[in-house]
Write a protein that binds this ligand. Structure first.
Ligand SMILES: [Cu+2]
Length: 173
């Protein structure tokens, strides 16, 4: 028997001593079962995270150019569902823009977008969510995924209301 054969034989005995066949089988099972459980629980958590929805109701009444909620808080990545009730005598909408500097360009461009219900297509890069135009007496609902943490303005783009009719969405971690 040459030395390589001796080493091989020793290795086999050593391997069997440390990891007898039954122990190996048990070990494989004990590793693989929890691994599957962890994977399954992570999947369940993902599923729950994907379906977390924050619902809010926002109202405008009378002749006020304002929203009943001017500060919205929601978790980044969640779905925010907004029910906007227009109990006022005028038309309104809700348009969410990416940053403070987007308010004016979107508001001004909307004046040229009457045919598109006051949503300016040429400024869509600045807009990430918006409602349909809510005529007097209408309730409109819309939902969107809450953007990364930060503060996002929302405005009414109908007939230059944006100068007064504003709120802020605060997206949290
Ligand atoms: Cu308005």
């Amino acid at each position: 028997m040459n030395s390589i054969a001796k080493i091989s034989l020793c290795s086999i005995f050593f391997f069997h001593f440390i990891f007898p066949p039954n122990a190996r089988k048990t070990e494989i099972n004990s590793i693989s079962i929890p691994a599957r459980e962890i994977l399954a629980s992570e999947n369940r958590r993902d599923l729950v995270e994907n379906t977390d929805t924050t619902e809010v109701e926002i109202i405008t009444e009378g002749i006020e150019l304002s929203y009943s909620v001017t500060e919205l808080q929601a978790k980044s990545g969640d779905i925010l569902r907004i029910r906007y009730i227009n109990n006022s005598d005028m038309n309104h909408n809700m348009v969410f823009v990416r940053e403070e500097a987007d308010i004016r360009p979107v508001g001004v461009a909307a004046l040229q977008a009457i045919a598109n219900d006051w949503i300016p297509e040429k400024e869509m890069d600045r807009i990430f969510a918006y409602s349909k135009l809510a005529h007097s007496g209408d309730t409109v609902e819309f939902s969107f995924k809450v953007p990364p943490p930060g503060t996002y303005p929302y405005i009414c783009t109908y007939s230059a209301h944006w100068t007064q009719m504003q709120g802020r969405l605060i997206s949290t971690e």
